[in-house]
Ligand binder design. Structure first.
Ligand SMILES: Cc1ncc(COP(=O)(O)O)c(C=O)c1O
Length: 379
């Protein structure tokens, strides 16, 4: 019997039959309505230059690789200075860097919650949060997307342990924001620990892109926030922002932090100078906000029949099936737009969509052209 080979074959064939077999594609030279590089910082020459100058002037003694976990040989002034910068930027007490947003969410949830605890989480939370929940062995209760009323009906005081609520600032597939102030009030009244994934809000929402919690003035009411650097910051890695005690606890107990080689020197420098960019320049964020408004204007005036989810820069254009989402995306790709279909099982059946992302470097004419073509292909 070839148990594993049969299993692999079965599931791959099933995926292919359902039309949702995932394959790797190379980057394409098309109009970018797809990447998470909202502000174009991954191509910023200013950041590249500052990283190089800073490295030569202050960190040339560091090896390229961290050479080990932070608890062994991997720690340096660069990590600690960058973490102070992150904490200050997001008005938090402390920050701790992780190798990715996936790692940070898995670490946060699985290290803090345990058997006997109850986790209430938005049904559309990212896979990294769901993985952390599974590992934690806590009781997991999903509430309807952004529905605080539903959360209230599900909630029961937990005499056996702690209760958590987990949500995202801007949802990665829906593009809408969570009702943060309402959630904060609910959590305060009921002694629920609130975790907020700010992956898509950093660089996009709030003054200088400091995120949804700071924008809403509730940063000290959120127990832990996760900021990821592979999106608007144009870098790689992530940080958990919270109290000094939380940081110390994670250093002591979070396995993805303890048992993994830390980020390399240039990755940390890219994060540091990504933040410095946000501190110093507003132009890209203003431009993104302007395009967001324009997109809505054009959509409501010229294309009222197209239903779009989200408040930007992420938008979802719903499609009735995997096949239909793939058909429309292929036609748009053929016209030179990089836009991808989001298929079941990444989103629930019936919620398949085209995911459309705006960037500060997109042009109004491209948006107009895109919407014109989209309408044709949807008909
Ligand atoms: C909401 C959310 N959280 C976390 C992550 C993971 O971040 P990273 O890409 O840094 O692993 C993502 C990335 O897709 C995300 O969309």
């Amino acid at each position: 019997m070839n148990v594993l080979e049969d299993r692999i074959q079965y599931y791959l064939e099933k995926r292919a039959e359902e039309g949702n077999l995932r394959t790797l594609k190379k980057q394409v030279d098309k109009i970018d309505f797809c990447s998470n590089d909202y502000l174009g910082l991954s191509a910023s020459t200013w950041i590249k230059q500052q990283v190089e100058i800073d490295y030569q002037q202050h960190y040339a003694h560091l090896r390229k690789s961290a050479t080990g976990s932070r608890l062994l040989t991997g720690n340096s002034d660069l990590f600690e200075e960058t973490e102070s910068l992150i904490a200050n930027f997001h008005k938090g007490e402390s920050a701790l860097l992780f190798n990715s947003g996936f790692d940070a969410n898995v670490a946060l949830v699985s290290t803090l919650a345990r058997k006997g605890d109850v986790i209430y989480y938005d049904e559309f939370c990212h896979a990294s949060i769901l993985t952390g929940i599974k590992l934690s062995e806590a009781t997991a209760i999903p509430f309807k997307h952004n529905d605080v009323g539903h959360l209230k009906t599900l909630f029961h005081q937990n005499p056996n342990g702690a209760s958590f609520c987990i949500t995202e600032s801007i949802f990665s597939m829906e593009g809408d924001k969570c009702p943060l102030k309402e959630l904060v009030i609910f959590c305060e009244i009921n002694t629920v620990y609130l975790f907020l994934d700010e992956a898509h809000a950093l660089g996009v929402v709030g003054e200088k892109g400091s995120g949804w919690a700071v924008n809403e003035g509730v940063e000290d009411k959120v127990f832990a926030r996760v900021y990821t650097y592979g999106k608007a910051l144009g870098a790689h890695g992530a940080a958990i922002v919270g109290s000094g005690e939380l940081r110390q606890y994670m250093i002591n107990f979070a396995k993805p932090f303890i048992y993994s080689t830390a980020l390399d020197t240039h990755a940390v420098l890219s994060i540091k100078w990504g933040y410095n960019f946000l501190y110093n320049f507003d132009k890209q964020i203003d431009r993104l906000n302007y395009l967001n408004k324009k997109f809505y204007e054009i959509l409501t005036i010229n294309y009222p029949s197209i239903t779009v989810l989200g408040q930007g820069p992420i938008f979802g254009i719903l499609s009735p099936s995997n096949q239909e989402a793939k058909r429309v995306a292929a036609a748009l790709q053929n016209d030179g737009f990089d836009i991808r279909p989001i298929l079941y099982p990444t989103v629930p059946k019936g919620q398949e969509r085209l995911r459309f992302i705006l960037h500060s470097y997109n042009e109004e004419a491209q948006i107009i052209d895109f919407l014109h073509k989209l309408k044709l292909y949807l008909e």
